[in-house]
Design a binder for this molecule. Structure first.
Ligand code: ATP
Length: 290
């Protein structure tokens, strides 16, 4: 019997070191090949057992759904369905990860709730079982459960754990534009000259533990699409480069830009520059987290 009544879990963000779209399935889903990397910037998720059978969600951002539609809530519903547990739950999510930003902010909250509940109720589900459950919430959720450095294929659910990528300091800057992932993929489908990133080259660079290799192989097939809707992305990349980053790229479907730095002082100087500028509220200095 468990006497534990509450648990706190961290829900870290991810960046895509490399993102390619390799096809489109009959059901409309896109097939991808992506190298994913967890970063230390995280949301905090607290879960407490309460009397009754309600799931009550408190979110630090009032504009996010406070029930169905919030991945933290949906994850709790799914977990109870799958395990037959019916205890009431109070879930508190402290959001630090920018929303709709290409950083898997919602997916990681869902993943944290699944993992947190598995611990709280001592249900003993394996990581693989949790990942299977997570896929029902979204294509990025299985990776958020696995964490670290990984290759994601299929629609994102076929995961191969990779050797930890060599560590970088990561500057994240999100321009204010909201970007719809669905629209980015629709526009990609209509595009003719698509530049595919060298995913195999990235895998080799990670295998060799080469900072230079990793930085030179970053690439995102969606970047030109999102840039056409949010040209500030190019300008942010240019500014990051002027501070001596080894590489700068948009993450996921955007619009967040990440800069990779081996030198902490340069990363800090770039962070200060953006922090006092127009994107200051959505500027973060973090690092790879394995
Ligand atoms: P990805 O990188 O996986 O495409 P993203 O970073 O682009 O994700 P999210 O921050 O996950 O996007 O938000 C996408 C949408 O998901 C938001 O518009 C929001 O309404 C919804 N959402 C549901 N639950 C959450 C949550 N817990 N945190 C943030 N957004 C959430």
């Amino acid at each position: 019997m468990s006497y534990r009544e509450q648990i706190e879990v961290t829900a870290p963000a991810k960046i895509n070191l490399s993102l390619d779209v390799t096809g489109r399935r009959d059901d409309g889903y896109h097939e991808v090949r992506m190298v994913m990397q967890t970063v230390r910037l995280c949301d905090l998720v607290r879960i407490r057992k309460i009397s009754g059978t309600d799931i009550v969600l408190k979110n630090s951002l009032s504009y996010l759904p406070s029930g169905k539609g919030n991945l933290a809530y949906d994850a709790a519903v799914l977990f109870r369905e799958k395990t037959g547990i019916s205890d009431g739950l109070f879930i508190e999510v402290e959001k630090n990860i920018p929303v709709a930003a290409g950083l898997a902010g919602g997916s990681t909250d869902g993943a944290a709730v699944l993992c947190g509940l598995n611990e709280l109720f001592e249900t003993g589900l394996s990581e693989e079982q949790l990942r299977g459950m997570g896929l029902r919430l979204g294509a990025d959720v299985p990776f958020c459960i696995m964490g670290g450095t990984a290759l994601a294929e299929g629609i994102g659910e076929k995961l191969t754990k990779l050797k930890n990528a060599p560590k970088f300091h990561v500057l994240l800057v999100k321009p204010p534009a909201g970007v719809s992932t669905k629209e980015v993929y629709t526009r990609l489908d209509a595009m003719e000259n698509i530049m595919h990133p060298d995913i195999d080259g990235m895998l080799r660079a990670i295998g060799e533990g080469s900072h230079l290799g990793v930085a030179s192989k970053i690439g995102n097939v969606l970047e030109p699409v999102t840039v056409s809707m949010c040209p500030e992305i190019e300008n942010i990349k240019k500014q990051m480069r002027s501070f001596g980053c080894e590489g700068a790229l948009m993450s996921g479907s955007g619009p967040t830009v990440f800069g990779l730095f081996t030198d902490r002082d340069r990363a800090k100087a770039a962070y200060m520059h953006f922090k006092i500028g127009q994107y200051g509220g959505q500027t973060f200095l973090t690092e790879f987290f394995n």
